[in-house]
Ligand binder design. Structure first.
Ligand SMILES: NC(=O)c1ccc[n+]([C@@H]2O[C@H](COP(=O)([O-])OP(=O)(O)OC[C@H]3O[C@@H](n4cnc5c(N)ncnc54)[C@H](O)[C@@H]3O)[C@@H](O)[C@H]2O)c1
Ligand SMILES: O=C(O)C(=O)C[C@]1(C(=O)O)C=C[C@@H](O)C=C1
Length: 303
């Protein structure tokens, strides 16, 4: 048992919040967990499956007396939720979020945080293509990274406590500044998702021509794209709208590389293609050799 906070409140009861709940229960990380979701249907589901010790009908009720409040809603909704709960947060409490984008979330949330509350943004680098209260599982964060992104003037004690909380949920932690976070995630997560969405869209257009051959004969690589492209539309719409600058920067570079490869194919430049693929293979092998392939699928899921 590693209790880090006495009372925790989860706002938004989807994949990430429900996984946090089951992970907290597995390791005794919190004494009591209250939850709130906007839709009555989600709250009913949460009550039926035992997600949260108490499911509240308002966000204000959920955050009352909480030592840690976690915003686990789409990034575009963070500011509005913070505005609603801000005046009701307990003095001395920590407010955090799990949003996939940090700079815009900090800009949207910080103005609503009272001086007596510690705001410590964070981002667990773990997820699946599933969403909603029934999609969570206790092992989601095991052996994955959680990036802590302290805002200006964050209290060190509060930052350390949140770090210990994520460690108790099974993660490794690192600290990063918001701009760097958004650029790194544009490369490693946001643009790859956009590319997967695009590739599946192209295949769907093609399907009309080839009459379902694309799906019927889809190979493993393409199937992985379809898994990623099944991710929640609201979440990903918000990610691109709020991490505009970094994703456009990386997409610009991606397009230049793609054109270079396209030209090599047209000109029959096998040497360029071979050199390029040799370089990318070395990158993958380097990751494996360094023992940093922590993104392996989570086996043995359990609530
Ligand atoms: N899914 C992932 O892979 C992943 C990984 C890391 C971080 N995140 C981030 O975590 C957050 C939650 O993602 P998720 O995958 O759990 O999403 P989800 O769709 O599974 O759950 C989101 C929940 O928020 C609720 N919600 C939406 N708008 C709301 C509002 N205005 N007020 C109250 N509740 C509202 C929804 O009803 C739902 O219960 C997002 O900010 C996302 O960027 C997601
Ligand atoms: O594994 C997946 O399905 C994910 O998309 C998880 C993933 C990622 O891109 O790695 C998605 C969004 C996040 O903010 C963090 C993790």
């Amino acid at each position: 048992m590693t209790q880090i906070y006495d009372r925790v409140a989860l706002i938004g009861l989807g994949l990430i919040a429900s996984s946090m709940f089951w992970a907290m229960k597995r390791n005794g990380v919190a004494g009591h967990v209250a939850g709130y979701a906007r839709s009555a249907e989600t709250r009913d589901t949460a009550r039926r499956i035992g997600l949260c010790d108490t499911v509240c009908d308002t966000a204000i009720e959920a955050v009352k007396d909480a030592d840690l409040v976690v915003l686990a809603v789409p990034v575009g909704a963070m500011g509005q939720v913070a505005q609603e709960i801000g005046p009701h947060l307990k003095p001395g409490a920590t407010l955090t979020d799990v949003g996939s984008v940090k700079k815009q979330v900090i800009e949207d949330v910080a103005p609503h945080v009272p001086d007596t509350v510690h705001f410590v943004p964070a981002h667990p680098l773990a997820g699946t293509e599933h969403s909603g209260p029934e999609s969570g599982f206790a092992t989601l964060f095991d052996n994955r990274w959680c990036l802590i992104v302290p805002s200006e003037g964050s209290d060190q004690g509060a930052v350390d406590q949140l770090g210990n909380y994520w460690k108790a949920l099974g993660s490794h932690i690192d600290v990063m500044d918001p701009d760097h976070h958004d650029l790194v995630l544009a490369v490693t997560s946001h643009c790859p998702h956009l590319i997967a969405y695009t590739m599946v869209g192209v295949a769907d257009d093609l399907r009309r021509v080839t009459d379902s051959e694309v799906i019927k004969y889809s190979a493993a690589g393409f199937r992985d794209f379809t898994r990623i492209a099944a991710s929640d539309p609201t979440m990903w719409r918000d990610v691109f709208l709020t991490n505009k600058e970094a994703t456009l920067e990386i997409l610009g570079r991606f397009t230049e590389e793609l054109f270079a490869l396209q030209r090599a194919i047209r000109q029959g430049d096998g040497e360029l293609l071979h050199d390029y693929f040799t370089r990318t293979r070395a990158i993958r092998r380097g990751i494996i050799e360094a023992g940093q392939d922590t993104a392996a699928p989570n086996f043995g899921r359990s609530r």
